[in-house]
Design a protein around this ligand. Structure first.
Ligand code: SF4
Length: 245
């Protein structure tokens, strides 16, 4: 006989280091673009891409991370994002999967899942998702970095992590490109790591409407030539690089 299902308790001591959480807004990129969403942005990243649009989550040389990042009770975050009444919660960063293994991470996923929210995690594809993460997350928006990130290949392309993400059957692979050569480089990674081609998205680099459009025009023909999918950056077209949008 089934008993009453109670919401998973979130202990007050369960915390995560976050930069911000906000909503309601839209998911701006990839297959879910246009969906009403709330965002939870974690602190810290294991890479340092030159084009990063959220350096305040990790770059202590340019930002005061003691002011930008806060150890935050998960209960507070869950209450806030549920109040936004959005069907989708996007956990982004920084690199969110760095927080796996912390009790606060599991609690965040369990609580959002219990309340029927679709969870997407944005990751750079260098960290293997845990079994709990893979179970709770509906979609990984995996964005492997190209040479244009300024990161060496060995740091930005981790075959075991790409294979593990692909094996979840929940990952889409989103490459940031500014030139046709970037799209070719993405195609080489897709081929080398046997990533599912029908789950590959190319996204124009840019932090303003003008640069997003310029990059889109530069790469569009090559994206079609490879039969990849093209995504824009809705939030950038609408709000440029305004924070918490
Ligand atoms: S992986 Fe993402 S968050 Fe980390 S530095 Fe690169 S663009 Fe920024």
């Amino acid at each position: 006989m089934g008993g009453a299902v109670t919401a998973p308790a979130v202990a007050t001591g369960e915390t995560l280091v976050l930069a911000e959480w906000f909503g309601p807004t839209f998911q701006g990129e990839g297959p879910s673009a246009g969906t009403p969403a709330s965002f939870v942005r974690t602190g810290g990243c294991n890479l340092g891409c030159v084009f990063c649009d959220t350096p305040y989550t990790w770059d202590g040389r340019r930002h005061d991370l003691r002011a930008e990042l806060r150890r935050t009770p998960v209960a507070d975050v869950v209450a806030d994002v549920l109040a936004h009444d959005t069907p989708l919660i996007v956990i982004t960063g920084g690199e969110p999967l760095l927080h796996q293994g912390q009790p606060g991470w599991d609690r965040l996923l369990n609580a959002l899942s219990y309340h029927g929210r679709r969870i997407e995690v944005e990751t750079n594809g260098t960290i293997v998702p845990s079994s709990l993460t893979s179970h709770r997350v509906a979609q990984f928006n995996c964005s492997p970095k190209l040479a244009n990130s300024g990161e060496p290949t060995a740091r930005r392309v981790v075959p075991a992590a790409l294979a593990a993400l692909a094996a979840t059957n929940k990952a889409v692979f989103k490459f940031v490109a500014a030139t046709p050569g970037d799209v070719d480089e993405a195609a080489a990674i897709v081929a080398a790591h046997r990533l599912p081609r029908d789950r590959v998205w190319i996204m124009p680099e840019g932090t303003s409407p003008a640069t997003v459009l310029e990059a889109s025009r530069a790469i569009a023909d090559r994206v079609v030539a490879h039969r990849f999918r093209l995504t824009t950056r809705l939030h950038t077209l609408i709000w440029s690089d305004e924070r918490r949008r």
